[in-house]
Design a protein around this ligand. Structure first.
Ligand code: COA
Length: 272
C-alpha cells in the first residue's frame, strides 16, 4: 500500500481500537500505525491480540494490547486507562468491536438480539464514556464502525440493523455534545470487506455466490481492510478537522442498490 499522507501524521498521538485484533479493525489499526500513531487494541481473545500486536509492532508502532469485553465497563475503563499510561493519552478512539450472524427475526432469540445490541451499541457508548477524560484534553476524534444495515434493511439482520442505527445516532449525539470538548465524532459504514470474519458469517456462499455478489457492486470488487483504514486515517486527520457528525459510507456503492440481490443470494445459499 502506497500511503499518500505523511508517515508521521499521528506522531505522538495514541489511538485506542476496540475489537482491534482482527478484520476491519486490524486494518484500521495498521493504517494508523503506518501513519506514526501509537496503537492500543483490546478484544476478548488474548491470543488473537498477541498476533495482531506483533504485526503492528512490525509496522514500527508502539503498541499496547489487553483483553477487555466492551460489555464490561470496568474492564474497558481499566484497559483505556492502562493504554493511556503506557502510550500517552488516548487522542483517537475507534469503536470497532461488533458481533453479528445471520438470523431471521422469527428464529432469533431475545438474548441473541440483546447480545448484538450490547456489543455494538452499549459497547460503543462504554468505550466513549470510559475514554472521555483522555479525549477531552482536546484535538480528539471518535470513529464508530457502522454498517449499511444502519440505513438499509437486510434480510436476517434485524439485530445488527437496530444496533448500527443506534451507533450512528450515538455518533451524532456525541458530535453535538462533545464538540465543545474538542472531540469530533464520525462513523464509517464499510461494505463487504473480503477475507474478514464478518464476510464469512454474513455472506456464506460458494464461488458462484461471490462472483455474482462482487459483480453486483458498482466498484466491481469487495473492499479490503485497508480501504477502511485509509478512510479512518482521513477522518481522524487534520484534513477532516471540520468534519463531525457524519457517516462516511465506504462500500464501493453497494448500498445504493438496496439489499435485494444479497438477500436473494443468501436465501438461495441457505436452501442449498
Ligand atoms: N443464530 C441465531 N442466534 C445466535 C447465533 C446464530 N448464528 N449465534 C448466537 N446466537 C444467540 C445464542 O443462541 C444466544 O441466545 P440464547 O441464549 O437465547 O440461546 C445469544 O445469541 C448469545 O450467544 P452467545 O454465544 O452466548 O454470546 P457471546 O456473547 O458469546 O457471543 C455473538 C456474541 C453471539 C455476537 C458471537 O457471534 C460473537 O462473539 N461474535 C463476535 C465476532 C463477530 O461476530 N464478528 C463479525 C462482526 S461483523
Amino acid at each position: 500500500m502506497n500511503d499518500l499522507l505523511p508517515s508521521d501524521l499521528f506522531k505522538g498521538q495514541t489511538v485506542f481500537i476496540t475489537g482491534g485484533g482482527s478484520g476491519i479493525n486490524l486494518g484500521v489499526a495498521g493504517a494508523f500505525a503506518r501513519h506514526g500513531a501509537s496503537v492500543a487494541i483490546c478484544g476478548r481473545t488474548l491470543e488473537k491480540l498477541e498476533v495482531a500486536a506483533a504485526k503492528l509492532s512490525d509496522l514500527g508502532a508502539e503498541v499496547w494490547y489487553g483483553s477487555a469485553d466492551v460489555r464490561d465497563y470496568d474492564a474497558l475503563e481499566a484497559a483505556i486507562k492502562a493504554a493511556g499510561e503506557k502510550l500517552g493519552r488516548v487522542q483517537h478512539l475507534v469503536c470497532g468491536a461488533a458481533g453479528n450472524f445471520l438470523a431471521p427475526a422469527e428464529s432469533l432469540s431475545a438474548n441473541g438480539f440483546k447480545s448484538v445490541v450490547d456489543i455494538d451499541l452499549l459497547g460503543s457508548f462504554n468505550a466513549c464514556r470510559a475514554a472521555f477524560d483522555q479525549l477531552s484534553q482536546g484535538d480528539a476524534s471518535i470513529l464508530f464502525i457502522s454498517a449499511g444495515q444502519a440505513f438499509v434493511p437486510y434480510f436476517a439482520q434485524v439485530h445488527a440493523g437496530a444496533a448500527k442505527a443506534g451507533v450512528d445516532n450515538l455518533m451524532q449525539n456525541l458530535a453535538l455534545e462533545w464538540g465543545r470538548h474538542g472531540i469530533r465524532s464520525n462513523s464509517i459504514a464499510p461494505g463487504p470487506i473480503g477475507g474478514t470474519e464478518g464476510m464469512a458469517r454474513l455472506a456464506p456462499g460458494d464461488e458462484d455466490f461471490h462472483r455474482r455478489f462482487q459483480r453486483s457492486i458498482p466498484a466491481g470488487r469487495y473492499g479490503t481492510p485497508d480501504d477502511i483504514g485509509q478512510a479512518a486515517v482521513f477522518l481522524a486527520s487534520p484534513l477532516a478537522s471540520y468534519v463531525t457528525g457524519t457517516r462516511l459510507v465506504v462500500d464501493g456503492g453497494m448500498n445504493l442498490q438496496g439489499s435485494g440481490l444479497l438477500t436473494s443470494l443468501v436465501m438461495a445459499a441457505g436452501r442449498k
